[in-house]
Design a binder for this molecule. Structure first.
Ligand code: G3P
Length: 220
């Protein structure tokens, strides 16, 4: 499973990329607004840090302007994946951009029907929003499962399932269990995945026992 960071905070991306855990990045207009920075500059910096796909979302809602915005975003770097909303114009833009060799992430996906359309439009990634469905007492992970089952019926589908709106390590584990290709998550969730109280206490015990030996590995 690939791990993407869902943030427009360059320092967070730098820290996680340094560990080697970041396969890509997703941003959205809300995350960019939160960063308080200029969108194109932020995307450029992220593309310098991360080799994998960096999703940058169009903000137009009509096909023609979406395409013009996509052109600006694709010029930033070849690893930009243009993010378009699951609307009729978004699907049309998806078809046009992927037909031209670009990557597209179709976002704001809340049903299997929408995911099928994104795949049909040739999307590189389809982004079902797990957490936002859970917020409404719908089972977000059931949607991932559904999409994975449907896509498996059609081996020709190249579209990757990108589990989005991930809120906890358990979401990541469940998405992996369902066969999602990618999970995009806030840096906090990646940190939560790393840490475990038994790892911490176990390490403390090992280190205090080691100290009693008076040895140093570096001294041979
Ligand atoms: O990847 C989409 C994500 O940014 C939405 O997350 O937590 O705002 O639902 P959230």
């Amino acid at each position: 499973m690939k791990f993407f960071l869902d943030t427009a905070d360059v320092s967070e991306i730098r820290a996680m990329a340094d560990i080697g855990l970041v396969d890509g990045v997703t941003t959205n207009p809300t995350l960019v607004a939160r960063s308080g920075r200029k969108f194109v500059e932020v995307v450029r910096e992220i593309c310098d840090l991360v080799r994998g796909p960096v999703s940058a979302e169009v903000t137009a809602t009509d096909f023609d302007t979406m395409m013009r915005e996509a052109e600006v975003l694709r010029r930033i770097s070849p690893n930009v994946a243009v993010k378009v909303p699951l609307t009729a114009d978004g699907l049309k833009a998806c078809r046009a951009i992927t037909g031209d060799g670009g990557m597209v992430n179709v976002t704001l996906v809340f049903s299997a029907a929408q995911a099928i359309l994104a795949a049909k439009a040739g999307a590189t990634f389809v982004s079902p929003f797990v957490g936002r469905l859970d917020d409404l007492s719908h089972d977000g992970m059931a949607l991932i499962d559904d999409i994975a089952t449907i896509f498996a019926n059609y081996p020709a589908i190249q579209t990757e399932i990108l589990a989005a709106s991930i809120r906890s390590p358990l979401h990541v584990v469940d998405a992996a269990r369902m066969g999602a290709h990618v999970a995009t998550m806030p840096a906090k969730v990646m940190e939560q995945m790393i840490s475990h109280p038994l790892t911490r206490s176990g390490l403390e015990t090992f280190l205090s026992d080691w100290a009693k030996t008076g040895q140093s590995i570096l001294e041979g």
